[in-house]
Design a binder for this molecule. Structure first.
Ligand SMILES: [Zn+2]
Length: 373
């Protein structure tokens, strides 16, 4: 896709980062097929940029250890052929880039921290070393005809070093643009910034000669400021925003850090302002409710939860339905007893709860079990 045509568009572009940034901090293993289905459902909402996964070490991010498997999936391979949609993959180094290229990826994302402490903990090198590593990756990717997107993390503060200076952010952003990134995403990894901080940083970047139309906003919602930060950045001229369906996400080094701005909330914000996103909000709300149910997590999007409820979304977590379906009679009993309280906490529907109670009652009275739970 022609980069300039995106930037000329008067609307905004949403970069959905749920399948990568959103899922990476979830401890329990999510089946690759669920991830494929998530990407597929997100594509159907009209999203034109969906970050697929990351080629980081499985030890560093066990949840994305199936990155290659995901990219090799037939459906994903088909998506990678679609020139209308960007499917970036995060790559930390040359090895990651090579693996991504082998699997036909057309766009990669490189990442650098604006703070030394986070850089050392996250990627085990200094900010400058991170920049030169990214430069190598970007150079090889560009030579091979790939697009390269850049991320800067900890734009406002770092969990180890405290506040980040605007000057450091400007230096890192300029370096990433200089090495050929078509766009640089400004990441408030801790989610500690507010609208005033956003305006102050963007003002500084503009005065330092950074073109605002090459920037994206990536705001985590730890203090509930993500959507207002998106709007503040929009008012400063930013037109690209990273967000995560159902607000999935967090940060392993920042206890309490919440996920990205929820895509549903961001689309709702722009829809209400009459600003084109190209995303079908009702459909997106169903995707958010579906993945929340799949992961047995509360929906992190306020707009998404409200819209899904209005549409009468009642789908039960597929994993529970399937596993119950496959178990033998005795196994169902012990699973039902073990899972009863967990299922309740996870907020599954009353029907599932009724089924568990019913099972327990029948077992106590030694009645035959019904099939097809
Ligand atoms: Zn993030």
């Amino acid at each position: 896709m022609d980069e300039k045509s995106i930037l000329r568009n008067s609307g905004v572009r949403i970069v959905e980062v749920g399948p990568r940034d959103g899922l990476q901090n979830i401890k329990s293993a999510i089946p690759t097929l669920t991830k494929v289905e998530l990407v597929s459902r997100l594509r159907n909402t009209g999203l034109k940029s969906i970050e697929l996964t990351s080629m980081v070490s499985p030890r560093a991010v066990p949840q994305l250890a199936d990155g290659r498997q995901l990219l090799a999936d037939r459906e994903i391979q088909g998506f990678l052929q679609d020139e209308e949609v960007r499917h970036p993959v995060l790559v930390p180094n040359m090895r990651g880039l090579e693996r991504a290229m082998e699997l036909g990826v057309g766009e990669v994302a490189v990442f650098v921290s604006a703070s030394e402490g986070f850089s050392r903990t996250n990627i085990n090198c200094s900010v400058n070393e991170g920049l030169s590593r990214s430069r190598q990756v970007a150079q090889k990717a560009l030579e091979a005809g790939l697009s390269v997107r850049g991320y800067v993390s900890c734009i406002f503060a770092c969990p180890f070093d405290g506040p980040t200076s605007h000057e450091t952010v400007a230096r890192v952003v300029k370096d990433l643009l200089d090495m050929g990134c078509y766009e640089v995403s400004l990441g408030d990894t801790l989610g500690v910034g507010s609208a005033v901080d956003v305006k102050s940083l963007l003002g500084h970047l503009q005065r330092s000669g950074v073109p605002i139309d090459r920037l994206a906003g990536h705001f985590h919602d730890t203090y509930g400021q993500a959507v207002s930060n998106v709007w503040a950045a929009y008012e400063c001229g930013v037109r690209v925003f990273d967000s995560s369906v159902a607000g999935l996400g967090g940060c392993p080094y920042c206890p309490g850090a919440k996920g990205n701005a929820a895509t549903e909330d961001v689309v709702f914000l722009f829809d209400r302002a009459g600003i084109e996103t190209g995303v079908d909000l009702d459909q997106l709300a169903i995707v958010g409710a579906w993945i929340s149910a799949e992961l047995s997590m509360a929906n992190g999007s306020r707009a998404g939860a409200a819209l899904a409820a209005r549409q009468g979304f009642r789908e039960q977590p597929r994993s529970h339905k399937e596993s119950f379906g496959k178990l033998e009679q005795e196994e169902v009993m012990s699973k039902a007893q073990k899972d009863g309280s967990r299922l309740f906490q996870a907020g599954v529907s009353l029907r599932a709860l009724w089924q568990v109670c019913h099972l327990l009652w029948r077992s106590r009275h030694k009645l035959a079990l019904p099939l097809g739970l």
